[in-house]
Design a protein around this ligand. Structure first.
Ligand code: SAM
Ligand code: DTB
Ligand code: SF4
Length: 323
């Protein structure tokens, strides 16, 4: 049964269960909805990098943070599609394109992004974008281009949000998510752990997600990658158990959603990553880079999955099969 009325107390009680009970419960729910030992491999590409006017405290791409990220304007459509083709050959079934924009603006650049979406879909992959805020009309145009999902994270609880971002509000975020939903595009929405938030903030964020009229189909859980030059550069890393608790809780609350173990894997041991998968994570980003920061080696990832008997998810989207 999928519930949409979780209270904060209920969520906190699940989160705080003894770890064995929590992981057992999450595993049980996971097996009811995802029978196979499968993990979806997604590939991420930064199609426009750096120079962002927003002030997200975690982000190396904010212009006001002096980081090593180099500005790069919107990539050309053929270059993006050749990266997508390579990702498909390496086993990705979903290709996610990220742009360091505050919001989408209509014009030639957005038209290019629509062409990228059409091209990725034509390769037989799921297409996902994260481009900042969207209007209802822009969401509609992305839907018409065939976009599978739109990523727009809440990042944290409504209460802690103001400590992290001041240039746009929680309500702005929720509105973009409504536009995505309204256009019939799948919602990909999650957050980041390790920004100095409390356990209640983590549970509150999960509550906002799990009480939506329709749960996000995709819930990325990122561990903060602290980047020099950002205000969060010196944050302590989250522990494995903290990650596992949030992933397991997300799995219990949103049984049918893909829970994605997203940023931060590079700093996690293989065993820690496998524990996250046992707790309900069923997708990872693979490839040497996330948007601007490092990700584990491809060969290492494949070895870990293979030794654990975890299979990469087969493509499910119609379109030409991978060679
Ligand atoms: N500019 C768009 C936006 O913010 O909606 C899209 C790109 S933005 C980089 C996508 C997401 O990446 C953010 O919402 C945040 O959750 C995640 N992210 C960014 N920097 C991160 C970091 N240093 N560690 C973990 N996650 C991060
Ligand atoms: C998400 O939640 N995590 C991805 C994806 N959505 C776009 C991004 C992670 C970015 C990590 C920092 C970087 O590499 O710049
Ligand atoms: Fe800009 Fe997105 Fe980074 Fe915020 S997270 S600074 S909106 S690129």
């Amino acid at each position: 049964m999928i519930r949409h009325d979780w209270t904060l107390d209920e969520i906190r009680a699940i989160h705080d269960l003894p770890l064995m009970d929590l992981v057992f419960r999450a595993q049980t729910v996971h097996r009811e909805h995802f029978g196979e030992h499968e993990v979806q491999l997604c590939s991420l590409l930064s199609i426009k990098t750096g120079g962002c006017p927003e002030d997200c405290a975690y982000c190396p791409q904010a212009a006001r943070h002096h980081t090593e990220v180099k500005y790069q304007g919107l990539m050309a459509v053929p270059d993006v599609l050749s990266a997508a083709r390579q990702a498909r050959e390496a086993g990705a079934t979903r290709f996610c394109m990220g742009a360091a924009w505050r919001e989408v603006r209509d014009g030639a650049q957005f038209d290019d992004v629509l062409a990228m979406v059409r091209g990725v879909k034509a390769l037989g992959m799921e297409a996902c974008c994260t481009l900042g805020m969207l209007t209802a009309d822009q969401a509609q145009r992305l839907a018409e281009a065939g976009l599978t999902a739109y990523n727009h994270n809440l990042d944290t609880s409504p209460e802690f949000y103001g400590d992290i971002i001041s240039t746009r509000t929680y309500a702005d975020r929720l509105q973009t998510l409504e536009h995505v939903r309204g256009a019939g595009i799948q919602v990909c929405c999650g957050g980041i752990l390790g920004m100095g938030e409390g356990v209640d903030d983590r549970c509150r964020m999960l509550q906002v997600l799990a009480t939506m009229a329709k749960h996000p189909e995709s819930v990325p859980i990122n561990a903060l990658v602290p980047v020099d030059g950002t205000p969060l550069a010196d944050q302590e890393r989250v522990t494995t158990v903290e990650m596992v608790r949030v992933i397991a809780t997300a799995r219990v609350l949103m049984p049918a959603s893909m829970v994605r173990l997203s940023a931060g894997r590079k700093a996690m041991s293989e065993e820690a990553q496998l524990l996250c998968m046992m707790a309900g994570a069923n997708s990872i980003f693979f490839g040497e880079k996330l948007l601007t920061t490092a990700n584990p080696d491809y060969a290492d990832d494949m070895r870990v999955l293979e030794t654990a008997g975890i299979r990469p998810l087969e493509p499910r989207v119609e379109g030409p099969a991978a060679p």
